[in-house]
Write a protein that binds this ligand. Structure first.
Ligand code: BGC
Length: 367
């Protein structure tokens, strides 16, 4: 099983998780059971950063920010991306090489949440700390910290925006929608979907919102590798099979890359563009929102996420326990991982200028 966390976030600590949490570091005990962090390490030590393939702009940005930020802080850095096709094997080899080179902390944006246990166990055996960045690593006790935007909240914001956007266009339902989710090997994909369904399911149950194709299970709607072409092909199929004469009011899209592919598919059939959600505040999607096409995105400022991760690395270097603000939501199937969660922000045309006010590149697009 790869994804067991969305629910956990939804209900907070259920009994089993609460029990697990007792052994994995709670308030005032933030060294998460992985050994002795009190010693710290030399200020110019090697810090490894293993990122997934560049499936969205945020990963590209993160790589640059880590390279510069680690250098500025005086560390030696090794920042790697998994390649586009052999992502899992690439990332496994990259992490192993970082361990061999003596990295003191390894920051990982997992390509496949469930396939890194051997590598992180080896990292621990060599005395390195492991920080899961943006995506949780599952099925292993050898993850020390998780730093991410609140993924469940991202899904809830997407679900709510979808409802609001459809209502603004057409005051009464029922509304016809379709659902898309991210890649099944990315733990976040399920969490985003569960967050969105937390908001949408009551409306579906009441009949106010109809998933016309009937495809509501994660497995049916997930897009392998977060690939734009996968989303476009599925949307093409749905339009042919289900929307001959029917109107499509909304599409839950988990991120901007897929949102633009879905919009592309609809436009190529000369259909009216429905309300489409997104995530990441990618340049092309922000332009599309300002132009009134894509309905919304999520602002998860990569600069903030990388800065928070660097704060954790610096704390470890000094021999201190990094600050966390969530010690119960993220059970990775092996333990509850001490987490620092940042708040995501929903962005539509209405609040884009305000939401990007401190991001010159995106702010310029809203003028
Ligand atoms: C990230 C999203 C991103 C997706 C595809 C997810 O794990 O949280 O921000 O859109 O990966 O790269």
């Amino acid at each position: 099983m790869r994804n067991f966390f969305g629910k956990t976030v939804a209900v907070g600590a259920i009994a089993m998780l609460a029990l697990t949490a007792c052994g994995s570091g709670r308030d005032g005990d933030t060294d998460s059971g992985s050994g002795d962090s009190a010693k710290g390490f030399a200020a110019n030590s090697l810090i490894g950063v293993a990122l997934p393939a560049k499936t969205s702009e945020n990963w590209v940005l993160a790589g640059d920010l880590f390279t510069n930020g680690l250098k500025e802080a005086g560390f030696t850095s090794d920042v790697q991306y998994a390649g586009a096709s052999t992502t899992v094997a690439d990332q496994q080899a990259q992490i192993t090489a970082m361990v061999t080179k003596g990295a003191k902390v390894i920051v990982i944006g997992a390509t496949d949440a469930a396939q890194l246990s051997t590598q992180v166990t080896a990292a621990h055996a060599a005395g390195a700390k492991v920080i899961a960045y943006d995506r949780l690593i599952t099925g292993t006790p050898d993850v020390d910290y998780y730093v991410a935007f609140d993924n469940f909240k991202v899904g809830q914001l997407q679900g709510q925006a979808l409802l609001d956007g459809m209502k603004a266009k057409k005051p009464t339902g029922p509304y016809n929608i379709e659902l898309f989710a991210g890649s099944p090997d990315d733990n976040n994909a399920t969490v985003f979907f569960n967050g969105a369904m937390d908001v949408l399911k009551p409306e579906i149950d009441k009949g106010n919102v109809v998933v016309t194709s009937g495809q509501k299970d994660f497995k049916q709607i997930a897009i392998q590798g977060w690939k734009a072409e996968g989303a476009q092909a599925r949307m093409d199929q749905l339009l042919t099979s289900t929307y001959g004469s029917k109107e499509l009011d909304g599409v839950l899209s988990p991120n901007d890359t897929l949102a633009r592919a879905i919009i592309q598919s609809v436009k190529s059939r000369n259909k009216a563009v429905p309300v489409v959600t997104g995530q990441d505040s990618e340049v092309e999607s922000v332009k599309s929102i300002v132009a009134g096409e894509q309905y919304m995105t999520i602002n998860k400022d990569t600069r903030t996420l990388v800065a928070q991760t660097l704060t954790m690395v610096k704390a470890l270097q000094a021999g201190n326990a990094p600050e966390v603000n969530d010690t119960k939501s993220y059970n990775n199937g092996s333990k509850v991982v001490d987490t620092y969660l940042l708040p995501p922000v929903a962005v539509t045309k209405a609040n884009a200028a305000e939401a990007y006010a401190n991001d010159p590149k995106l702010a310029a697009l809203t003028k």
